[in-house]
Design a protein around this ligand. Structure first.
Ligand SMILES: Cc1ncc(COP(=O)(O)O)c(C=O)c1O
Length: 385
């Protein structure tokens, strides 16, 4: 449990969950690279029995993440998908989930290819208008699944509006907050019951760790997640927890620069001849800009754009020209990355489904890093000339 909620974000990023090591006074949380812990008699121990169940490095990180999301209970997993897996495992066969139809391809794959087999039903809908969700709710609906901004179309979903509907129907709401990070948006404060992260992205921030996390204020949900974390065992190792603890200390500084660079890149792209549409919630012309402005502190460094020549070939020809933006899966690291969702991150979504949400063949996604903006614009200029 975390008691660090009272601090402002930058202070929490540096201090929350962290205590000097009780044996040495080490300021940085040690990497407790141990599977087990000495007991003085059977069942008599210092709170740690076996590292799948408890590990002090992981515990420090879980408390830090809980504090950053203004939550009470935090749990870490071996990947973002392992965290999502744990949340869906709280459901039973016959239960239904209503999810945003524009979401990370791996989440879609986990829902449709793994959990559907076990009798959990998934209904993918547009949540552009929160009130439209109600008509899809049945007596079996147990969970609403929201990503905002969505990946990769940068749609914005009104978390408070969806939370109101969830509460009215006694359904839980989970928000995948990966794109925003707790620096930009705090879903629990807006009424969500669970917030989930691919820690792999901005939170770790250096493209060197794969990890997931869940934060909640709800003791019943926390107990279920803790049970599944231990029973299914998809935990991260202590070295990775250490790296993420280190990454978090600069989360606020990195996010500030991601946002500044993101805004500059989005405005640059808007005036490029061969570019058709630019998807970034910071534009006042974005259909849900007003919601983004309300629920986010800034607009982030994720941008998608389509080309007037709407073909995969045109997109790929351009991707090959970049020198500084690296063509790669993933996002949220300090370095700028570029990707082609239709053939990379979202290839597991059928083409017909992709096109329904506007994920066209020419769509290119940028994760704008924290390099000097002049160099990023120079790279974009030469690639899009
Ligand atoms: C929004 C979102 N959620 C979840 C995930 C899955 O996280 P991981 O790759 O850490 O399993 C990703 C990965 O790209 C993502 O972008």
């Amino acid at each position: 449990m975390s008691n660090d909620k009272q601090y402002r974000f930058g202070t929490k990023a540096i201090h929350a969950g962290i205590k000097p090591d009780p044996t040495t006074g080490a300021i940085m949380t040690p990497i407790y690279q141990t599977t087990t812990y000495a007991q003085s008699a059977p069942g008599e121990h210092k709170g740690y029995e076996y590292s799948r169940s408890q590990n002090p490095t992981r515990e420090a990180l879980e408390n830090s993440l809980a504090a950053l999301e203004n939550g009470t209970y935090g749990y870490c997993f071996g990947s973002g998908l392992a965290a999502i897996d744990a949340i869906i495992k709280t459901l039973n066969p016959g239960d239904e989930v209503i999810s945003t139809n524009d979401l990370y391809g791996g989440t879609y794959r986990l829902f449709t290819k793994i959990f559907q087999k076990y009798g959990i039903l998934f209904n993918f809908i547009s949540m552009d208008e929160a009130k439209d969700i109600e008509q899809h709710i049945t007596k079996d609906t147990k969970l609403l699944w929201v990503e905002t901004p969505t990946n990769p179309m940068m749609n914005i979903i009104a978390i408070a509006g969806v939370a109101e509907i969830a509460k009215k129907h006694k359904i839980k709401l989970c928000v995948d907050n990966t794109f925003s990070t707790p620096y930009l948006q705090n879903p629990l404060d807006l009424g969500a019951d669970i917030v989930m992260h691919s820690v792999t992205k901005y939170i770790a921030g250096h493209s060197d760790v794969v990890m997931g996390a869940i934060v909640t204020n709800d003791k019943e949900i926390a107990d279920q997640i803790k049970f599944i974390q231990n029973a299914s065992g998809a935990i991260p190792g202590p070295q990775d927890c250490f790296l993420v603890l280190r990454g978090i200390k600069t989360l606020h500084l990195r996010m500030q620069r991601h946002c500044e660079n993101g805004a500059a890149v989005a405005h640059f792209l808007k005036d490029v001849d061969i570019v058709d549409q630019v998807f970034w919630p910071g534009f006042t012309t974005h259909k849900s800009h007003h919601i983004a402005a309300q629920q986010m502190h800034d607009f982030g460094g994720m941008i998608s754009f389509s080309l007037k020549e709407n073909t995969k070939e045109a997109a790929i020809a351009i991707l090959k020209k970049f020198k500084l933006f690296t063509l790669a899966e993933s996002l949220g690291g300090v370095e700028s990355l570029i990707g082609h969702p239709a053939s990379m991150t979202h290839a597991s979504i059928p083409k017909a489904e992709r096109e329904k949400i506007g994920l066209s063949d020419s769509l290119i996604r940028l994760s704008v890093g924290v390099e000097d903006i002049e160099d990023l614009i120079t790279d974009l200029k030469q690639a899009l000339a």
